[in-house]
Design a protein around this ligand. Structure first.
Ligand SMILES: Cc1ncc(COP(=O)(O)O)c(C=O)c1O
Length: 383
């Protein structure tokens, strides 16, 4: 079901037009309708979306006049400059953090909240400095970060330093997650989603960038394809365009969009099944010795791309589960241990404490009622 391609994709393949065209437009319209958010562009991966989002915040890449206009307002946002620090979490896919490095910026790690595995907002607030222009985090497993509190922290930073830090939310796990009644991706920040092979909605490979306003939208539409306006009526848009600002080759193509259009039809069903399995585990594992479940708050709903738990003696747990035919994995390794980021090492005591017990159990749409009962039975048998 999640990898459905359908006859529409075959028609695209036979249509003679497989680049970015009408299917991408249609997929984007469907995403706008679904999210209730006008400012979005599809791209070829979430990693590209992260890269593009950060790039658009760089001072050197801001169009002429933008800085001056910002200075005219009260919120003087200085733009990212080479070597600036970005506050970010280490517990995520490397795709959240490597684009920071690719854009010439430096990482400043923030610890995690042991109850949600999301970024620890107290630690984040403590680490604010006049150089904090950008904050990034992931909604781990799809569980929303407290965005209201992030806004308060940004407002405090503005009181202290004269500008509001920008925020990029990595929503790769969070397609369908809700925070205070609105879908994740629509709370006014730059937000990146993944349509990679094993996400809730797949296009084979693909991504989505949601943006705060129309100005960012039109820039992103250009920069995802070299800086060329594909919508103009010129005879040959490749040769005749003047490129005011150079861009990337990050666009989505019509083959991927056709797959996305087919899969989007099943999105509610898929997300609901992830959620239903998660709620089952919340009940069934609530008082199992050796297991700690994560927190749930009434103002947010996870899409449960993964279902993480904390377990005593993790290696024994994972070995026992494997022997019983149940996949159990941490899913993402902490990013700060890699040698390519050794210069940014900093004490992260909660992450140190949590990782040795962090595991996930199968929660996806493919897990049947019988299978989830079997998972619980295997856990209750002990390890
Ligand atoms: C948290 C997170 N961010 C970003 C990505 C990257 O997504 P993509 O493969 O679409 O670039 C992933 C992929 O698994 C992810 O888990």
């Amino acid at each position: 079901m999640a990898a459905s391609a359908g006859p529409a994709t075959s028609r695209t393949l036979e249509s003679g037009y497989i680049g970015q065209g009408p299917k991408v437009e249609l997929f984007e319209q469907q995403l706008r309708d679904r999210l209730g958010h006008d400012f979005l562009v599809t791209v070829n991966s979430a990693t590209s979306a992260e890269h593009l989002a950060i790039h658009m915040l760089k001072r050197a890449s801001t169009p002429k006049g933008r800085d001056e206009r910002l200075k005219g307002g009260r919120d003087v946002w200085p733009g990212l400059e080479l070597g600036d620090e970005v506050l970010t979490t280490a517990l995520t896919c490397t795709a959240t953090n490597w684009p920071i490095l690719a854009n010439g910026l430096r990482i400043k790690w923030v610890d995690i909240d042991p109850e949600t595995l999301n970024v620890d907002l107290e630690d984040l607030e403590r680490k604010l400095t006049p150089r904090t222009k950008l904050i990034m985090f992931v909604h781990w497993g799809g569980y929303p970060v407290d965005l209201e509190r992030v806004s308060r922290i940004c407002a405090r930073a503005k009181d202290m330093f004269g500008f509001t830090p920008r925020v990029i939310e990595d929503c790769a796990h969070a397609f369908g997650s809700m925070y205070r009644g609105r879908p994740i991706g629509t709370h006014g920040n730059m937000c990146t989603f993944s349509f990679q092979a094993i996400k809730h909605v797949t296009t084979g490979d693909g991504g989505l960038l949601t943006l705060p306003d129309a100005e960012f939208l039109s820039r992103a539409q250009l920069l995802r394809w070299y800086g060329i306006d594909r919508t103009s009526n010129r005879k040959d848009f490749r040769c005749e365009a003047d490129i005011g600002e150079w861009g990337f080759k990050f666009h989505m193509n019509d083959i991927a969009a056709s797959i996305g259009i087919e899969n989007l039809k099943h999105a509610d069903e898929l997300v609901n099944r992830h959620r239903n399995n998660a709620h089952f585990y919340d009940q069934a594992l609530a008082s199992v010795p050796g297991i700690t479940l994560l927190a749930r708050h009434p103002d947010r709903e996870s899409a449960f791309w993964i279902y993480s738990i904390l377990v005593e003696r993790k290696m024994d747990f994972q070995r026992a589960m494997k022997e019983r035919g149940v996949a159990a994995s941490q899913v993402h390794e902490r990013n700060d241990i890699h040698s390519c980021v050794s210069e940014f090492r900093t004490p992260l005591p909660t992450l140190d404490r949590v990782v040795p017990s962090l595991s996930a159990i199968p929660v996806g749409w493919w897990v049947t009622d019988e299978e989830r009962e079997y998972v619980v039975e295997c856990i209750k048998r002990g390890w």
